[in-house]
Design a protein around this ligand. Structure first.
Ligand code: PAF
Length: 322
């Protein structure tokens, strides 16, 4: 398989396919962003300003979308263009986990086999399904802590500087480490992981604690540092720690506890994504967060009653909304 190497000179993305011989060519990446919500819009603006050819694919059937990051000049993106999709080097999927599979199923026939698919969302479980649907495409998983907010459809604000971690899911994806400088150049900081499952599981562990608790009680993340939540957080960490160990993820109860409290503090003024979904009566990502943890717990014969209770409470709230 051809291997794309990438370096940057100033704003120019220079790459070469090494097919035995080193034959340098200068290209921009052709990128389609599927699901231009807040985080997708932020990446769209940043990748476009970094010199790539970016177009969008949105559930709203429109030919073009204007997006302005902060108060920078607005950028016009083409949208839902089948030719752009068919010729994309990279499909960056920034939809929420429950929407990933239905959206990709709809456009699967227009995705070329060499298009790299990058999944960037909270939760786990979509990569398995996408890898079955698109077995020949290089598949990469990403997690980001950047904060973004769309005060209106045409504007996105970068509300919190974070970092992005990328790593291959399948063999093709594992050869895509050249994406690290592409993402880093557009929106630093980015790192490439040979074992992406470790950071993804750590993120899932944090989401299993912060998201359902803040959603059920409708509180800001910072509330979870109060005394009344410490016992339940410890019980959740006990169960999650057992599942992570059974999945061969390098973790200790202590460092999980430290990480959870660091995130609670760093995001104390935020409403978690699940809090917002429940508040706005939208379906949440619970199946891909606590639901995924419970599936893996069951596979390893680990009982996780505290996580199970939170899962059922969120399911009940969603059912009441229906
Ligand atoms: O889902 C979220 O809101 C975020 O991943 C996190 C880390 C819980 C912070 O709010």
């Amino acid at each position: 398989m051809a291997r794309l190497r990438a370096i940057f000179i100033g704003n120019t993305f220079i790459s070469s396919y090494s097919l035995g011989k080193f034959a340098p060519i200068i290209i921009q990446m052709k990128i389609v962003i599927l699901g231009p919500g807040a985080i997708g819009s932020l990446w769209a603006c940043c990748l476009s300003r970094a010199g790539h050819s970016v177009s969008l694919w949105s559930q709203h059937q429109c030919d073009s979308i204007y997006l302005q990051q902060e108060h920078l000049p607005a950028i016009q993106f083409t949208s839902n263009n089948k030719d752009k999709l068919a010729s994309a080097d990279l499909l960056l999927v920034t939809l929420k986990a429950p929407n990933v599979m239905p959206a990709i199923k709809e456009i699967a026939l227009n995705i070329a086999q060499q298009t790299i698919v990058v999944l960037m969302h909270n939760g786990m479980g979509t990569a398995e399904a996408i890898n079955t649907l698109l077995p020949n495409n290089p598949l990469v998983i990403a997690t980001t802590t950047h904060g973004a907010f769309r005060p209106k459809p045409s504007q996105v604000l970068h509300t919190g500087k974070g970092y992005t971690e990328l790593g291959g899911y399948n063999d093709g994806g594992k050869r895509c480490d050249f994406l690290q400088p592409v993402f880093e150049h557009a929106l630093p900081k980015t790192s490439w992981h040979c074992d992406i499952f470790t950071p993804i599981w750590h993120k899932l562990a944090i989401n299993c604690i912060i998201n359902p608790l803040t959603a059920i009680d409708q509180v800001k993340n910072g509330e979870l540092s109060s005394a009344k939540y410490q016992e339940v957080i410890t019980l959740l960490i006990d169960e999650i720690n057992q599942v992570l160990k059974a999945e061969d993820i390098d973790v200790t109860h202590e460092n999980l506890t430290t990480k959870v409290h660091q995130v609670i503090e760093a995001t104390s003024d935020n409403y978690s994504s699940m809090h917002q979904d429940i508040f706005h009566k939208r379906p949440s990502e619970i199946d891909f967060i606590t639901g995924y943890l419970l599936q893996r717990a069951k596979a390893h014969n680990i009982s996780a009653p505290v996580n199970q209770t939170l899962f059922q409470k969120i399911k009940q709230i969603e059912q009441d909304h229906d």
